[in-house]
Design a protein around this ligand. Sequence first.
Ligand SMILES: Nc1nc2c(ncn2[C@@H]2O[C@H](COP(=O)(O)OP(=O)(O)OP(=O)(O)O)[C@@H](O)[C@H]2O)c(=O)[nH]1
Ligand SMILES: [Mg+2]
Length: 217
Amino acid sequence: MAGTPEIVLPCLDEADALPSVLRALPAGWPVLVVDNGSTDGTAAVAAAHGARVVVEPRRGYGAAVHAGLEAATGELVAVLDGDGSLDPAVLEPMADAVRSGRADMAVGRRVPDSPGVWPWHARAGNAVIAALLRRRGVPVHDIAAIRVARRQALLDLGITDRAFGYPLELLLRAGAAHWRLLELDVAYHRRAGGTSKVSGSVKGTLRAVRDMAGLLR
Ligand SMILES: Nc1nc2c(ncn2[C@@H]2O[C@H](COP(=O)(O)OP(=O)(O)OP(=O)(O)O)[C@@H](O)[C@H]2O)c(=O)[nH]1
Ligand SMILES: [Mg+2]
């Protein structure tokens, strides 16, 4: 179907989570798994479940997402984590918003479905970053862990961060380019399997905040 987004899943050691993640995605949407140096068989699991696999040896969330955008062929792309934490039911309304021209990019605002899903340190760091974004005129309450936009437009923003600053740089550049953003609630669950690499630990959160703080200076 014309206008069906291609789904890009950045994945570092997500073999446990991927089978249920892939089953839950909207039927008929092509899926690209970017394997970011996994050692747990992520690529084989992804391929066995019908996803196309692209390998990006350079570590980092931004490196994985960027490789996915370059390898994708669709006009629209949907990017979300490959850990099952984000409810993909929101992808259809997000794609509709971009297809219909109501928004240049649809982004998710995470709503945790139970206490403990979103550790306090990650939530606090996220709230501070989002407030700073709003002060700069970017009307968001989260840093867009799930998003739908036009692939070429995303590449044209020229995002350079290849680590955890990527989503923030994306929002800053989208704001500077006067993109119309639509923020939709997305249910946020515990990851479906595997282990946390970022916000599950204070250390991981601090790494992400460090990557992001440099961009807001
Ligand atoms: N940490 C990390 N994640 C990567 C990398 N490349 C791709 N990813 C993927 O980026 C997504 C976000 O990482 P997560 O570990 O889920 O980070 P988080 O959501 O803050 O933390 P948890 O869900 O609690 O684990 C996941 O799908 C990862 O597999 C990388 O180099 N480092
Ligand atoms: Mg996660």
